[in-house]
Write a protein that binds this ligand. Structure first.
Ligand code: ATP
Length: 438
């Protein structure tokens, strides 16, 4: 399958099955923003819950936080984003479209949009932060930013959380939330957008122990990625070269996935040193030191950050799960999502719409829903078609109520991947599924 083909197919499957829609589609859409539909929002929630479970709920040394998107504008001066969060840009003198100066399309000097030769002057720096105004007056004093990363909400709350939760260094703070970047060249579906979600964790450690903790988090995050059920050969670490390092970082590794459009980052692990806390101490005039009890040792902790893009992870999960295959002479598209991530765990079908089968199927469907197992009831079309729809949606199991169900109370469970069918008593379905979701 050609590479672009796969992306096109994924985009259309996402629309057809209700995973992802283009934002404001009826107005022609906005190229860089997407909306998550009924299945998309569930998949996204499952990815977030999976991350939260591993990073917060299972650990004594990490606390959760949900900081606001709008922050004091000085935060972004302290963090270096006002000054340094910029991409070099060139602008076409003919059509005035702007492009990142470092992309291959503009290297020859020809505008990729209108074809003008020698189209570009000197690159100019362009800040990626969205700006808006707080309150009724629109002037420089009321200017605020939409956060370009969630991490700063964690830094400014470092001592609040540490004190309230009575944590001792080393410990971490985690949060999931929206971030905004006025990207110059968004694209590749939900890979690079202007509004996206991040799951970030800042781990505060004693200076000198940061290299060790960096290795720890590199390994922990790699294991988590594998636990999503991804193919290991499509994952790799990539270290940032010294000239690629962000202004705050001492060492940085990306976890990359082999997308149809090449190897690309979807999580970053960064040693941010004491840069952010030290700068906040300097800019706010408030101490950001940690005081160790009982030694009374004072220091500004170093920070190891893990920064995951939720939307990019969702794209990784969907890309990795997408398969086309021929089954019994018929082509099928199947999303082999890990059952824990799949938006629907099960679909329940009556084989035919008579003999009390729909009632029995609906009863089972309702029992599953009531037990918090997302189930879908479908009585429309041939059984083969109903299976295909669920294969495309990534539903791991389909339960069919048939003639025999009336006689002995059993139903069939069909496995999405192996296509194997087994018979179990209807009242055993819930337990059977629960066992496989652990
Ligand atoms: P890139 O080099 O792709 O622009 P970055 O190095 O700027 O990414 P970080 O600042 O390290 O990215 O952000 C951490 C994570 O946030 C990334 O790994 C990615 O998953 C996500 N992310 C960053 N920018 C975007 C974006 N524009 N759209 C979607 N996700 C993003």
């Amino acid at each position: 399958m050609a590479e672009n083909d796969l992306m096109d197919k994924l985009v259309s499957l996402c629309k057809r099955r209700g995973y992802i829609f283009q934002s404001s589609e009826i107005y022609g859409g906005t190229g860089s923003v997407w909306d998550y539909g009924p299945l998309g929002v569930e998949l996204k929630n499952n990815i977030k819950a999976f991350w939260w479970q591993a990073m917060v709920l299972e650990r004594d040394d990490i606390e959760g936080l949900d900081a606001a998107i709008l922050m004091h504008p000085r935060v972004w001066e302290a963090s270096g984003h006002v000054e340094g969060f910029t991409d070099p840009l060139v602008e076409c003198r003919q059509c005035h479209r702007r492009f990142r100066a470092d992309v291959p399309e503009v290297e020859g000097g020809q505008c990729p949009t209108c074809g003008t030769r020698d189209a570009f002057g000197e690159p100019r720096l362009f800040n990626l932060m969205f700006r808006t105004f707080m309150g009724p007056v629109e002037n420089a004093a009321s200017q605020v930013y939409l956060r370009p990363e969630t991490a700063q909400g964690i830094y400014v709350n470092f001592l609040n959380v540490q004190g309230a939760a009575r944590q001792k260094v080393p410990f971490g703070i985690a949060q999931i939330g929206k971030a905004f970047r006025n990207e110059i060249t968004p694209g590749n579906f939900i890979f690079r957008t202007r509004e996206f979600e991040q799951a970030e964790m800042q781990y505060f450690v004693e200076p000198g122990s940061d290299d060790e903790w960096f290795e720890y988090w590199k390994e922990a995050r790699w294991k988590w990625q594998l636990s999503l059920g991804l193919r290991e050969e499509r994952l790799r670490f990539q270290q940032h070269a010294p000239d690629e390092l962000a202004h705050y970082a001492k060492v940085a590794f990306d976890i990359e996935y082999e997308f149809p459009f090449g190897w690309k980052e979807f999580e970053g692990i960064h040693n941010r040193t004491d840069f952010d806390l030290a700068r906040h101490q300097q800019y706010s005039g408030k101490r950001m030191e940690y005081i160790d009890a009982p030694t009374n040792k004072r220091f500004i902790p170093f920070v190891v950050e893990t920064s995951l893009g939720i939307d990019r992870t969702l794209l990784v999960v969907l890309t990795d799960a997408y398969h086309e295959e021929v089954v019994e002479g018929e082509e099928r598209v199947v999303l082999r999502l890990a059952p824990t991530l799949a938006p629907l765990k099960v679909a329940v079908f009556p084989l035919v719409k008579k003999d009390g089968l729909p009632e029995m199927a609906e009863k089972l469907h309702k029992e599953l829903r009531a037990a918090a197992v997302p189930s879908f009831y479908d009585a429309a079309g041939s059984i083969g078609r109903r299976y295909r729809r669920q294969d495309e949606a990534g539903t791991p199991w389909c339960v069919t109520v048939d003639g025999q169900s009336n006689e002995d109370g059993t139903v069939t469970i069909r496995d999405r991947d192996s296509l194997e069918q087994i018979r179990v008593p209807a009242e055993g379905v819930l337990g059977w599924i629960r066992e496989r979701l652990r």
